[in-house]
Design a protein around this ligand. Structure first.
Ligand SMILES: *[C@@H]1O[C@H](CO)[C@@H](O)[C@H](O)[C@H]1NC(C)=O
Ligand SMILES: *[C@@H]1O[C@H](CO)[C@@H](O)[C@H](O)[C@H]1NC(C)=O
Length: 157
């Protein structure tokens, strides 16, 4: 047997068994960051595909996705665009700092980032000019939606 091939096989096997070798197979999560600049966010990468992206609970902290790229049915008359919110309502515009990776239950699957939790519901607009929020009671938790863009209001000190 070719020695080089043999050593390659051994290395690959050891790497799979040993703690610390598991790399995240997903693209950089911050590629999805639309606001603000990546140098302005509080972001850490932890083991595997675990991340920590800390933002302020705010009307401008949300994850945008397309109903078509999600397991959530598009409401009648709704645009494709959907926004998973952090603030409960415009009347309660801001709140504590949160790790939105955890808040939205972000996961990596087949090289794509998804959210799986909607603790403050999903905002959408309709062709007839109405605006609604669905799922604020957590009823949509567990459904996957492919992340299109992340907006993060930097945390207050
Ligand atoms: C996430 O990062 C923030 C800011 O550095 C830190 O305060 C918080 O404890 C971290 N959360 C977790 C779950 O590691
Ligand atoms: C959402 O998906 C639909 C259908 O695939 C597509 O026509 C539309 O352009 C998408 N919208 C956005 C904002 O990506």
């Amino acid at each position: 047997m070719n020695y080089l091939l043999f050593f390659l096989l051994v290395t690959v096997t050891i790497c799979q068994d040993e703690y610390g070798c598991e790399d995240c197979e997903c693209p950089d999560l911050l590629d999805k960051l639309f606001y603000p600049f990546r140098s302005e966010v509080l972001y850490t990468e932890e083991a595997g595909c675990v991340r920590n992206l800390t933002c302020k609970t705010d009307v401008s902290t949300f994850v945008r996705f397309n109903f078509t790229d999600s397991e959530i049915p598009r409401p009648d008359d709704s645009y494709y665009d959907a926004y998973a919110l952090t603030s409960e309502s415009p009347e309660v515009p801001t709140g504590p700092n949160i790790n939105i990776f955890q808040f939205f239950g972000m996961i990596c699957e087949n090289n794509e980032w998804y959210i799986t939790k909607y603790p403050s519901g999903i905002f959408y607009g309709t062709f007839s000019g109405e605006e609604s929020v669905i799922g604020a009671n957590g009823e949509l938790d567990g459904k996957k939606a492919k992340i299109f863009g992340i907006h993060c209001e930097p945390p207050s000190q």
